[in-house]
Design a protein around this ligand. Structure first.
Ligand SMILES: [Fe+2]
Length: 133
């Protein structure tokens, strides 16, 4: 059963980003399942790696469109992305080095972050970008 589920309240109206957000939900859900099922450290680590790579690509895609269409809150939005990436990379490094560490706290943090970020920040760019992309 999926616990982290995308629904219409997360819709920005920009197809590419909505699809990418759904993939992110899926990856986080996979990470959560890894914790719940006590999967091997290496397996969880690979999921975390995939999530990190996908998140980087997704942020870059959003930032590219925001910049191309002179979105006024570009800098603030980019800073939020950078902060999240720094946090996750720091955690990832610790996690790789310590196989007793669980991703439970990280997963909770990611769920909160993603939900709030889409609702509060991504939905703000929607009216500006949707007619242009
Ligand atoms: Fe964003």
């Amino acid at each position: 059963m999926s616990l982290v589920v995308w629904d219409d309240s997360y819709c920005t109206g920009i197809k590419t980003f909505d699809e990418q957000h759904q993939v992110l939900f899926g990856l986080i859900d996979n990470l959560l399942a890894g914790v719940a099922e006590n999967r091997e450290h290496e397996t969880v680590s690979n999921t975390l790696d995939a999530l990190l790579e996908y998140t980087k690509d997704h942020f870059a895609a959003e930032e590219k469109e925001m910049l191309a269409h002179a979105y006024p809150d570009y800098e603030e939005h980019k800073k939020e992305h950078q902060k999240l990436l720094n946090n996750v990379v720091a955690y990832y490094v610790k996690f790789r080095a310590d196989d007793t560490l669980s991703t439970a706290d990280l997963v909770r943090f990611l769920i909160d972050w993603l939900q709030n970020h889409i609702h509060e920040m991504d939905k703000k760019y929607a009216p500006h970008l949707a007619p242009k992309v």
